[in-house]
Design a binder for this molecule. Structure first.
Ligand SMILES: [Zn+2]
Length: 478
């Protein structure tokens, strides 16, 4: 128990706990942002449905400003036309004319990334984080690789872009797990980074220095883990060096693992194993790991990942938008695997839509319903919300996702007045929240004991949106 005195005390008709809804729950919030068992202090009634806020386990914040700018066929339609890497191809393949896929999207993204410095990044990220809070995310893992100036020269100080993200999270009031990314090579063959990738790159020692500097920024609101961009971007000796270093001995470890079939084929061709298989053979993958886009798995890899306790980091709307493929959800849940959700490219910012599409993708592929609910009588919404809270908290490396004494008071209050929740009870409320309609049902959001959103409004949304608008207008104007 925290020994801080309760500064406020609340009541909910239904409070979401790991086992399900608890009726008539009362709880206190301490000055340090943690939950307390109730006392006899005055109580404010919050509403009928109160849930832990959802951790967002995968974000590239800058990509929010290009959402919707890569939906026109062919390079000619790109709003930020690629000049330099026109001939860049999917690993191991020659691109066909007008073949729009992940790799062509990536070129548009690189061209866009080249326009962003620390001020732009802070403005974009703060707007993104406000939108996340209003949608029900209360923390975010930032998989951050936009480290240097566009030509690869470090900023002064070298951590300027990381600090912009920390400042954006503070402005918005969202919890942050910053994951500085190690990015060294442009492919499995160890080729050098392309001109556009140079601003992502570090030698291991420089990256470890960055990590050490950022660890000093840790607080109740900010944690610092590590990320390896992908197996194609981190050569084997570097992986060994990082995992042996003391700085990597604690905190979460994230990696992009098997998003694309081309990536799996290249890994097989150069390393003689599939990415997940190779990683398990070369690293002690455990509950500290988050394997982002574990999309393409064999049955053996699915079972091994589930057994390890590592989190499968799933980003269903981005994976759909980029045409990545489908994760083997049913087999993975049957094997007891941990999962969480991320909004990744931010083509959508909604935990509800991520979880809905995680389920809908499976329904479309199998022509069956209620896939995530593995036992008779289970609810899809409850199963997925519970799993994503648990896995998201693990991937964030922070004490999140549960509303119990001593945990952080990160919570959302649903809109009692919404017609979508009329005549819903404890058996149906969460499924209605997840599946019914497109009107946001998140009315109030508390992070670390502080209200960031009340009555659908973020406390600083006008200023943050105005700055975002002027930054994006400037970027679009070239
Ligand atoms: Zn990613």
């Amino acid at each position: 128990m925290s020994d801080s005195a309760a500064i406020a005390q609340f009541k909910a008709d239904h409070l979401w706990q790991a086992h399900g809804w608890q009726a008539d729950a009362t709880f206190g919030v301490a000055a340090d942002g943690r939950l307390l068992t109730p006392t006899d202090a005055p109580v404010e009634t919050l509403g009928r449905w109160v849930l832990p806020g959802m951790p967002n386990l995968h974000s590239h914040a800058f990509q929010r400003a290009m959402a919707g700018l890569a939906e026109r066929r062919g390079h000619a339609g790109a709003i930020f036309p690629d000049r330099e890497d026109q001939k860049a191809a999917a690993p191991g393949r020659t691109p066909q004319k007008s073949e729009d896929n992940f790799w062509s999207w990536r070129e548009t993204m690189y061209a866009f990334a080249a326009t962003i410095g620390p001020d732009e990044l802070q403005a974009i990220a703060a707007q993104l984080y406000v939108e996340m809070l209003k949608a029900g995310y209360t923390s975010v893992c930032e998989f951050h690789y936009l480290h240097h100036q566009p030509d690869g020269t470090p900023y002064a100080p070298p951590e300027a872009m990381s600090l912009a993200l920390i400042e954006a999270a503070r402005e918005a009031g969202i919890g942050l797990t910053l994951l500085p990314v190690l990015y060294m090579s442009g492919g499995f063959d160890g080729r050098a980074l392309s001109a556009r990738q140079r601003r992502f790159g570090h030698a291991v020692d420089a990256w470890l220095r960055l990590l050490e500097t950022l660890r000093r920024q840790q607080s109740d609101e900010v944690s610092v883990g590590i990320a390896l961009h992908s197996l194609r971007a981190v050569p084997e000796p570097a992986l060994r060096e990082v995992l042996a270093s003391e700085l990597a001995a604690s905190g979460p470890i994230h990696i992009h693992i098997a998003e694309q079939v081309g990536e799996v084929q290249d890994c097989l061709a150069t390393r003689g194993a599939r990415p997940v298989e190779w990683l398990f053979d070369h690293a002690a993958v455990d509950a500290r790991w988050c394997l982002v886009h574990a999309t393409h798995l064999t049955a053996a890899e699915t079972a091994q990942l589930a057994r390890s306790g590592a989190v499968a980091g799933l980003c269903p709307t981005t994976e759909a938008n980029l045409g990545d493929g489908l994760f083997p959800l049913a087999d993975y849940l049957d094997a007891g695997g941990a999962l969480g959700i991320g909004s990744d490219s931010h083509i959508s910012i909604s935990p509800v839509e991520e979880l809905r599409w995680l389920e809908y993708g499976q329904r479309l592929a199998t022509r069956h319903r209620n896939i995530a609910a593995r036992r008779e009588g289970d609810s899809v919404g409850e199963t997925l919300w519970r799993a994503a809270l648990r896995g998201g908290a693990r991937a964030a490396g922070r004490s999140l996702g549960e509303l119990r004494a001593d945990a952080r008071a990160d919570l959302i209050v649903l809109d009692d007045a919404s017609p979508l929740l009329a005549a819903r009870d404890a058996r149906s409320a969460l499924d209605s929240f997840l599946f019914a309609g497109n009107t946001p049902l998140v009315r109030d959001v508390m992070v670390g004991g502080r209200w960031q959103v009340r009555g659908f409004r973020h406390r600083d949304e006008e200023r943050i949106a105005a700055r975002y608008r002027s930054v994006v207008a400037r970027l679009a104007g070239g």
